[in-house]
Write a protein that binds this ligand. Structure first.
Ligand SMILES: C[S@@+](CC[C@H](N)C(=O)[O-])C[C@H]1O[C@@H](n2cnc3c(N)ncnc32)[C@H](O)[C@@H]1O
Length: 204
């Protein structure tokens, strides 16, 4: 089953991702898989698995030996920093979007999918030993400036050539920290980013 068939067939279990955004995520993952880019798939800020369920389904459809790795505080968002302040008003505060790890696992079991690698941690606590040696696709969805910057710093050294990093909320004016983190991170690198819906797509 391909990406669009998966989106038609299965429900999106929360409002944390829209179907057009999911379409972009799965299309990019599908491209990486078709190109046989080396490495596993990671998501930093997995919440209850809204996107992750689809990542696993797509991996299953390709029948590859790639693992899905999920990271979250399971304590919700951290506190905002001043980089997250938005003229358009407040969206989310520290502690919002607290997901339960048990529920995340249940969502995979209910969907008939194997439980992925799950790590409960604040992103700033994670080191290179906590993530796979090679990554072909990374979805960064931590909403806030430091969460995105910490995620980028963590995954970047492990990205395979031809791999893709997608950052949610890049074009979301209510969460300006995500864009600030991406722009700051790529400033000294020879990288181009593409924006589609609210997502930034970065090719490694
Ligand atoms: C918008 S939700 C993610 C939605 C998810 N990608 C999905 O498809 O359902 C953001 C998640 O990031 C987590 N998060 C944000 N910043 C974090 C940090 N610095 N460390 C750990 N978890 C973080 C929150 O706990 C929350 O579950």
């Amino acid at each position: 089953m391909n990406a669009s068939e998966l989106i038609r067939k299965y429900p999106i279990i929360s409002d944390q991702i829209r179907s057009d955004e999911l379409g972009v995520l799965l299309r990019e993952l599908e491209t990486v898989l078709k190109k046989s880019i080396e490495g596993d798939v990671v998501e930093l800020g997995c919440y209850e698995g809204t996107s992750a369920l689809f990542f696993q389904r797509l991996l299953n459809a390709f029948n590859l030996e790639k693992k899905l790795w999920l990271y979250d505080s399971f304590e919700g968002l951290p506190e905002k920093t001043h980089e997250d302040q938005a003229a358009s008003g407040k969206l989310f505060v520290g502690g919002a979007l607290k997901a339960s790890q048990a529920r995340l696992k249940r969502n995979f079991t209910k969907a008939g999918l194997k439980i992925p690698e799950i790590k409960k941690a604040w992103f700033w606590e994670l080191g290179s030993e906590d993530i796979p040696d090679k990554i072909c696709f990374a979805f960064l969805d931590g909403d806030f400036y430091e969460s995105i910057l910490d995620s980028l710093k963590l995954v970047w050294p492990k990205m395979s050539a031809g791999g893709v990093i997608i950052v949610d909320d890049y074009a979301n004016v209510k969460l300006p920290g995500a864009r600030r983190a991406v722009d700051e991170f790529i400033a000294d690198k020879e990288l181009t980013i593409k924006t589609e819906t609210s997502l930034a797509i970065i090719s490694a």
